[in-house]
Design a protein. Structure first.
Length: 87
């Protein structure tokens, strides 16, 4: 265990932030998989919804600093490129 009160508090904060960051990153991966599925099906309506959801989750993760801003931009670019392949 920790030796000081401040170290105990930092540990509590770290555990809480780690859980939030893990959830945010997981939701990004899930949203990107849904985009992949919509691209594979070729369903434009489902693809539009999946892209919007992916962008929203990526932006939120960047806003709470779960992922770096450049990582978020790169992921959004990847989603856009995948979506553009559907005719």
């Amino acid at each position: 265990m920790t030796h000081t009160k401040s170290a105990a508090k930092r540990l509590r904060q770290s555990i809480k932030r780690n859980a939030a960051n893990r959830t945010a990153k997981s939701s990004i991966r899930t949203a990107m998989k849904k985009v992949d599925e919509a691209v594979a099906k070729g369903d434009k309506a489902a693809l539009a919804n999946a892209v919007a959801a992916a962008f929203q989750r990526i932006d939120k993760a960047a806003r709470i600093h779960a992922v770096h801003a450049n990582t978020a931009a790169r992921r959004k670019s990847l989603v856009s490129r995948k979506a553009a392949t559907v005719k």
